[in-house]
Design a binder for this molecule. Structure first.
Ligand code: PCA
Length: 203
């Protein structure tokens, strides 16, 4: 089994993005699965093409895209992506789309094809705070999740796909002036390994 994991570059004034830092710490093989790691830009325009290229090159059996959700106190396993770009802050290319679709003419929403409940339960069972989230927002992470699920559905690809949000790392939180929730990067990496385990045992 081949699993593609994507994380993002830093954005919003941060010097790291815990999504990619956590992915980098994953081994190249988890159980019987080969793990491919790719960093995506925080850009409405180029994140979709970068993800599509990664899927085409790697031809994975499953894709787990990961992003930072600053302020979350646990790992959010996303259930839904909506066909909407509505940003309140510019992306890393200075673009702030409002009320625009991710893909013109696409369906309003897609559900993750990852086993979101099983993944959430596995994390909680191992003492990692986690929950099912019913909105990946309307920023670049939702853009990537929607693009992934549209790619899989429109090309009828035999790929399971979805998105996971991680909180700020402890290092990020330590540098903030106000108190924000955070999680150790090792726990995020462990959480991703557990999600991969769930996929392996389902296949
Ligand atoms: N988080 C942002 C975009 C990149 C990231 O890591 C989001 O939640 O949309």
């Amino acid at each position: 089994m081949k699993i593609l994991l994507t994380g993002f570059e830093p954005f919003g004034g941060e010097t790291i993005n815990p999504s990619f830092e956590a992915i980098k710490q994953l081994p190249d093989c988890v159980g019987s699965a080969e793990i491919i790691k790719v960093q995506l830009p925080v850009s409405f325009e180029s994140s979709g093409p970068a993800l599509t290229e990664a899927v085409e090159t790697c031809q994975p059996d499953a894709v787990i895209c990961v992003g930072q959700a600053g302020g979350y106190s646990g790992i959010a396993v996303e259930r839904v992506a909506v066909n909407l770009r509505d940003a309140t802050a510019a992306d890393n290319c200075g673009i702030t789309p409002e009320d625009q679709p991710v893909i013109a003419g696409g369906p309003d929403a897609y559900f993750s094809s990852l086993p979101v409940k099983e993944i959430t339960a596995a994390l909680k069972h191992h003492g990692i705070p986690a929950f099912v989230s019913n909105s990946a927002g309307t920023y670049v992470c939702n853009n990537v999740m929607y693009t992934l699920l549209h790619l899989i559905r429109s090309r009828n690809l035999p790929i399971q796909g979805g998105f996971i949000h991680v909180p700020y790392s402890m290092e990020q939180a330590a540098h903030k002036t106000s108190s924000v929730p955070s999680m150790a990067l090792e726990h995020m990496t462990k959480g991703l390994e557990l999600a991969i385990d769930v996929l392996i045992h389902q296949n």
